[in-house]
Design a protein around this ligand. Structure first.
Ligand code: WTA
Length: 682
C-alpha cells in the first residue's frame, strides 16, 4: 500500500453516532448576551472576507492604526493588520485603569482551602507588570524580540510575567508547569531563551511540590542542546521563604521578590509593536518527534482572542469568569489571560486540582466567588462526575455559560454537565480549536444556536471549514467523515513553527495546496489534522485526530464513538479505546474503562460494555478486551494518554511516563494486561 492509499482510507471513517436532540439557550441568557444578531454570519461571510475582521481589530486600542487588513505575500504565513502598532500589555492592563482600575482582574484561589484568596485589581496588575518589566529590562537586559522561557504554576505571578514580557515586546514561551525539567530544557533550547523564569514551589493535591528542582534539570538539558541559560529568576510561593532543596547558583539564580525591591514604583512605557511581531511561542505536546513552537502574532492573535472571548465566551466586565485550564496551554493563554483581560474581565485563577480536597471544591469556589461563566475540559467534567455526581446540587451557584474544550465530549457526559452543573439553565459551548489556531474554530454562538450534545456546532464567525476526502474532493454535509480544513486565513492563526518554517508549510498547508508558489489564500486550506463529519444541520462533529482512528477490518471507527457507547453502561466513569494489532482484522479495539466510586469490577460489567458497543455501533466494533482499571493514565492537564494504553495493549514499552499526573497506575495496568515483567516489542 502506498502512502497515498493509506491516507485515502483514513478519511473514510465509519460513523455510527446517533443524532442528538438539541437544547435551546434560555430567554434569560439571550436577553443579556453580547451577540444576538444573526446578521453577524452575513457580515463574516466569505464575500466580506477579510474586511469583516475589522470588527475584531476595533475591540483593541492601536498605537497606530493599521492600513492593510491582510497581506498574503508570504503565503501561507499571513500578516494581519499590517502597518498597525500595538502593545498587548497596554490593551490588557493600562487601558482599563480609568474605568476599571479598582476592579479585580484576577481572584487567585490557592489550593489549601484555609489560605485566603488574593484579589488583584487592574491597578495592582498595572503596578506589578511595570515593576517586573523594569526588572526584565534592567536586570536581565532583555529587549523586544528576545525569547524568555517561563515554567510556572497557576499563580498570579504567571500572567504578571507574561504581560511584563509583552510590555517590552519580549516573546514569551510558557511551558506547562507539570512538564519535566527535561521537557522544559528542550523548549528553552529550541526557542533560544537565555532567561528562565520559574517558581520555587506550589501546591498540588495537598502537597507543596518542589518546582525549583526542575530549573536545574532544564538548564542542564538546554546546555546539552547547546543553549546556555544566563539567568534564572525564581518567584517564591511564600514571599521570603524558599521552599526547595535546590541550591541557588550565585550570579545565575535570583529571587524575584528580592530584586523587585529595586524597582518599586518604576513605570515602563509599553513598546508599540508591529501587529505581526510575535507575541509568544506555545509548544505543542510533542507526542510525535520534536516539540513544535507555534509562533503567534501580537495584533491578529489579540484581536481574535478578544473577539471570540466577547462573543463566544460572552464575557462582560461584570461577569466572574473561571477557566480551569492551565495557563501553560493555549486555552489558558487565549481564554484566561489575553482574551478576558483585553475585555476588562474578572477572572478566577485556581492553583490546584479540581478534586482537592474533594469533588465539591469547584462548586464551593463558584458559590463563594459568584462565578457565572465556567470553562473546562471534558476530562475534568468526567472526573468530577465520577467523584461526585451529586455534589453540584449541594451548592448555591448559578452559571449562565459553560464551555467545554480540548476533546470530544460524549453526549452522556454533556448531559450531566448540562443538567447537574448547569442546572438546566447555563448555555454550553463545545469549542473546537487548536494550539495553532489561537482561538475557537467551531462552536455554537451561545445566544443564536441551539446546542447539540457531542457536536461542536457550526463554525464561528469568519471561519469557513471544508471537509476534504483524501483526494481533495469536498465531502458534502450528511455523508462520511473526512479531513476538516479551514478554507480561509483568520487573525488568530499561528504564523509559523519557530525555527522550522518548512515543517510549518508541510504539516499544515501542503496537503491540499495545488500551487506552492501561489500568493492567493484560496490556494492554501489549513489542515487541522482532525477527522470530522458535517451533519445536514451544519453542525460539525469532531471525531478526533486522524491518528486516533481505529481501522477494524477496513471499517473505520472513531475512538470516541466506542468510548461514548461504553459510557452508556451506568457503572462506567471513563473509557478509552486503543487499537490492538490483530492478525486477521488489522486492528481491533482494546477497551479500558474505569468505574464510578463504590462499584466493583465484574464480568457482568465487561459484558455490558461489549453489548453496549455492539448495540450502538455494531459487532465490527466489538472490543477484544475490556480492561477495568483503577484510573486512566493522564497528563497533568487531564488528558487520557491513549498512547500509553496503546503501548500496553500491544506489548510495547510505555516509554517515559514521569510527566503524567499518576505514573503509578501505568505499571498497575501493564501488569494487568501484559501479565508479567517481560516487555516485548511486538
Ligand atoms: C482536539 C486545545 C473535539 C482536536 C484547544 C484538536 C477537540 C486538538 C475539541 C487540539 C473539541 C480540541 N471537540 N476535539 N471541542 N477541542 N479538540 O492543541 O483533536 O491542545 O486537534 O488545543 O484537540 O489540541 P490542543
Amino acid at each position: 500500500m502506498t502512502d497515498k492509499e493509506l491516507r485515502v482510507s483514513e478519511a473514510q471513517i465509519a460513523v455510527h453516532w446517533q443524532e442528538e436532540n438539541k437544547f435551546a439557550p434560555t430567554a434569560g441568557f439571550i436577553a443579556q448576551a453580547n451577540m444576538t444578531d444573526a446578521e453577524i454570519f452575513q457580515r463574516f461571510s466569505l464575500e466580506n472576507f477579510p474586511d469583516c475582521f475589522k470588527e475584531y481589530a476595533d475591540l483593541l486600542d492601536w498605537e497606530r492604526y493599521w492600513h492593510t487588513m491582510l497581506d498574503t505575500s508570504a503565503a501561507p504565513s499571513w500578516k494581519w493588520f499590517v502597518g498597525g502598532l500595538i502593545n498587548a500589555s497596554y490593551n490588557c492592563v493600562d487601558r482599563h485603569l480609568q474605568q476599571h482600575g479598582n476592579k479585580a482582574a484576577f481572584i487567585w484561589v490557592p489550593e489549601p482551602e484555609d489560605e485566603p484568596h488574593v484579589v488583584l485589581t487592574y491597578q495592582e496588575l498595572y503596578v506589578r507588570v511595570n515593576e517586573f518589566a523594569a526588572l526584565l529590562r534592567d536586570h536581565c537586559g532583555l529587549k523586544a524580540g528576545d525569547r524568555v522561557t517561563i515554567h510556572m504554576p497557576m499563580v498570579l505571578e504567571l500572567p504578571i510575567t507574561m504581560l511584563a514580557c509583552a510590555r517590552l515586546g519580549i516573546i514569551h514561551s510558557v511551558v506547562f508547569g507539570g512538564f519535566s525539567g527535561h521537557a522544559c530544557g528542550e523548549r528553552i533550547a529550541d526557542s533560544g531563551s537565555k532567561v528562565l523564569i520559574t517558581m520555587d514551589s506550589y501546591y498540588r493535591n495537598g502537597k507543596l511540590l518542589d518546582h525549583r528542582v526542575n530549573g536545574d534539570l532544564a538548564i542542564a538539558s538546554a546546555r546539552d542542546l547547546g543553549q546556555e541559560v544566563e539567568k534564572m529568576l525564581v518567584w517564591r510561593r511564600k514571599q521570603g521563604e524558599y521552599q526547595s532543596r535546590s541550591k541557588m547558583v550565585e550570579q545565575r539564580d535570583f529571587f524575584v521578590d528580592e530584586l523587585l525591591a529595586d524597582y518599586r514604583g518604576v513605570r515602563v512605557d509599553p513598546i508599540p509593536m508591529p501587529a505581526e511581531a510575535p507575541l509568544f511561542l506555545m509548544y505543542t505536546s510533542g507526542t510525535t518527534g520534536q516539540p513544535k513552537g507555534c509562533q503567534h502574532s501580537t495584533g491578529g492573535y489579540l484581536a481574535y482572542a478578544a473577539g471570540t472571548s466577547k462573543y463566544i465566551q460572552d464575557i462582560h466586565p461584570e461577569d466572574v469568569y473561571w477557566c480551569m485550564a492551565d495557563i501553560g496551554w493555549i486555552t489558558g493563554h487565549s481564554y484566561i489571560v489575553y482574551g478576558p483581560l483585553a475585555l476588562g474581565a474578572t477572572g478566577v485563577l485556581y492553583e490546584g486540582v479540581p478534586t482537592y480536597p474533594d469533588a465539591g471544591r469547584p462548586w464551593r469556589i463558584a458559590e463563594q466567588l459568584n462565578v457565572n461563566i465556567f470553562h473546562t475540559a471534558p476530562t475534568t467534567v468526567r472526573t468530577l462526575r465520577k467523584a461526585g455526581p451529586d455534589e453540584p446540587a449541594k451548592y448555591n451557584f448559578k452559571f449562565k455559560h459553560m464551555t467545554t474544550v480540548g476533546e470530544p465530549i460524549e453526549p452522556e457526559v454533556w448531559r450531566w454537565y448540562y443538567h447537574s452543573v448547569g442546572k438546566g439553565e447555563a448555555v454550553i459551548v463545545d469549542t473546537w480549536w487548536q494550539t495553532e489556531t489561537g482561538g475557537f474554530l467551531c462552536s455554537t454562538m451561545p445566544a443564536l444556536h441551539p446546542m447539540k450534545p457531542g457536536s461542536t456546532g457550526p463554525a464561528v464567525p469568519g471561519i469557513h471549514p471544508i471537509i476534504y476526502d483524501d483526494d481533495g474532493n469536498e465531502v458534502p454535509p450528511g455523508s462520511t467523515a473526512g479531513n476538516i480544513c479551514i478554507r480561509n486565513p483568520w487573525p488568530g492563526a499561528f504564523q509559523t513553527i519557530w525555527g522550522d518554517h518548512d515543517r510549518f508549510v508541510e504539516t499544515y498547508y501542503a496537503r491540499y495546496n495545488k500551487d506552492p508558489e501561489s500568493k492567493d489564500w484560496r490556494d492554501w486550506p489549513y489542515l487541522t489534522g482532525d477527522a470530522a463529519v458535517l451533519a445536514e444541520d451544519g453542525y460539525y462533529r469532531i471525531l478526533g485526530r486522524v491518528d486516533d482512528v481505529i481501522n477494524v477490518a477496513g471499517h473505520r471507527l472513531g475512538t470516541k464513538e466506542l468510548e461514548s457507547a461504553s459510557l452508556i453502561v451506568k457503572e462506567v466513569a471513563e473509557a478509552a479505546v486503543v487499537p490492538l494489532r490483530d492478525e486477521i482484522k488489522g486492528r481491533v479495539p482494546d477497551m479500558y474503562i474505569s468505574l464510578k466510586p463504590n462499584t466493583k469490577a465484574s464480568k457482568k460489567i465487561e459484558a455490558a460494555v461489549v453489548r453496549a458497543i455492539e448495540e450502538s455501533i455494531g459487532k465490527i466494533a466489538r472490543p477484544k478486551n475490556v480492561w477495568i482499571v483503577p484510573d486512566m493514565p493522564k497528563t497533568r492537564s487531564g488528558k487520557i494518554m491513549r498512547r500509553i494504553l496503546t503501548a500496553i495493549s500491544n506489548g510495547r514499552d510505555v516509554g517515559d511516563v514521569t510527566t503524567l499526573a499518576n505514573p503509578d497506575v501505568v505499571e498497575h495496568i501493564r501488569q494487568m494486561v501484559q501479565g508479567d515483567d517481560t516487555k516485548t516489542d511486538a
